[in-house]
Design a protein around this ligand. Structure first.
Ligand SMILES: Nc1ncnc2c1ncn2[C@@H]1O[C@H](COP(=O)(O)OP(=O)(O)OP(=O)(O)O)[C@@H](O)[C@H]1O
Ligand SMILES: [Mg+2]
Length: 349
């Protein structure tokens, strides 16, 4: 174990983990989303499956372009068509397959039973509406609240996400708020209808480190209070170590490893996961530390273009362990240890 991995392992140990995890609320089964591009068809999400339980935080990690956001957007059926399309699989939320719902029925799910926080709040907040209007709209639409009641609830929500002077702030426009405050407003919006599932896609990368920690704490605190299941998409394994119970590692549109956080950090099986762990910056990027101490030591090579994936394992061109079989045959996603899956012919070597 490298000193870095050891430090991360300490973080995993120290993190307060929610114990009251409930029933499965969301099942994703063999999800396939493609993009039709000029260069050819891209399998952005290639047969991804997972289950999510109430109160649980599931992290999805992987390098840029590996399909994390497209997985999240597919769950909400927010893939722009064209050029994209969900071509297979099931997304079952408490017994209902979201992929077979009509669009009007789907609109009742979004922002209500499943909601999402995006990386950059300015792209998802409406600049010409006050934050109060934006939060109250969802409440009026989904919960049938009157305008006055919804506005009152909006103030409550802002108080809940620790926006100071909520009664005043509720009348302001997004541009009048700092980045951290806008992200809190997004969280207030996302949680206002008490969703069963909250998807947070890089919710803190645009923020500075201290604010990042506050926002993450806030999400976890609200999750504890409300029992929400959280899908947390991040590049940052430090964040994963401190917040998630379970982790999915994606590479080139596929799931390559899945395990509990403790297990994954103690025994990463896929060479790609090991590479990601080796590329964690010295604790500089981790929470409660404001000093950035160095650059990422990145995994050599690049994610291959998704329209031109090699025949075998997509990681083989970058993998020190790759042999002829890896280059010829895609490894099955298998349970290699108890509740620990990986897709690698050399898992754990
Ligand atoms: N509008 C689009 N048109 C064509 N291809 C797309 C489009 N959006 C996404 N893709 C394809 O889907 C792949 C996955 O994209 P996605 O946004 O899910 O990556 P990501 O893992 O979220 O990356 P990042 O960490 O940078 O946010 C991309 O590599 C790209 O090939
Ligand atoms: Mg993304």
């Amino acid at each position: 174990m490298s000193p870095m991995t050891a430090q991360i392992a300490e973080k995993v140990e120290a993190a307060p983990r929610r114990r009251s995890i409930g029933e499965v609320v969301l099942t994703v089964d063999d999800l396939q989303t493609v993009f039709y591009t000029r260069a050819g068809m891209v399998r952005a999400v290639d047969r991804v499956s997972f289950a999510l339980k109430a109160g649980e935080t599931l992290a999805i990690v992987g390098e840029s372009g590996c399909g994390k956001s497209i997985t999240a957007l597919s769950l909400l059926r927010l893939i722009p068509d064209p050029p994209g399309r969900i071509v297979g699989g099931k997304v079952v939320l408490e017994g209902t397959d979201l992929l077979s719902l009509s669009e009007p029925a789907m609109r009742k799910v979004r922002g209500n039973r499943v909601s999402m926080i995006f990386q950059e709040p300015m792209t998802s907040l409406n600049p010409v509406l006050t934050v109060g209007r934006q939060i109250s709209q969802a409440l009026m639409m989904h919960q049938g609240m009157s305008k006055a009641a919804a506005m009152e609830r909006a103030v409550e929500m802002l108080r809940l996400v620790k926006v100071p002077e909520p009664a005043q702030r509720v009348k302001e426009y997004p541009h009048q708020l700092s980045g951290g405050m806008r992200q809190r407003v997004m969280i207030a919006m996302a949680l206002s209808c008490n969703p069963r599932v909250l998807i947070a896609d890089e919710p803190t990368t645009a923020l500075d480190v201290t604010i990042q920690a506050q926002i993450l704490d806030l999400i976890l605190e609200l999750q504890n209070q409300l029992g929400t299941a959280v899908i947390l998409i991040t590049h940052d394994l430090g964040v994963v170590a401190e917040t998630a119970q379970r982790v999915i590692v994606m590479y080139a549109g596929r799931k390559v490893e899945e395990a509990t956080v403790e297990e994954l950090f103690a025994r990463p099986l896929h060479p790609y996961t090991r590479g990601l762990m080796a590329s964690i910056p010295r604790l500089g990027l981790m929470r409660n530390q404001t000093v950035e101490t160095g650059r990422l030591q990145e995994i050599p090579g690049m994610v291959p273009p998704l329209f031109d994936l090699p025949a075998g394992c997509a990681y083989a061109p970058r993998c020190a362990l790759a042999d002829d079989r890896c280059r010829a045959e895609y490894p099955p996603f298998e349970e290699k240890r108890d509740a620990h899956w990986a897709a690698c012919w050399h898992a754990g070597e």
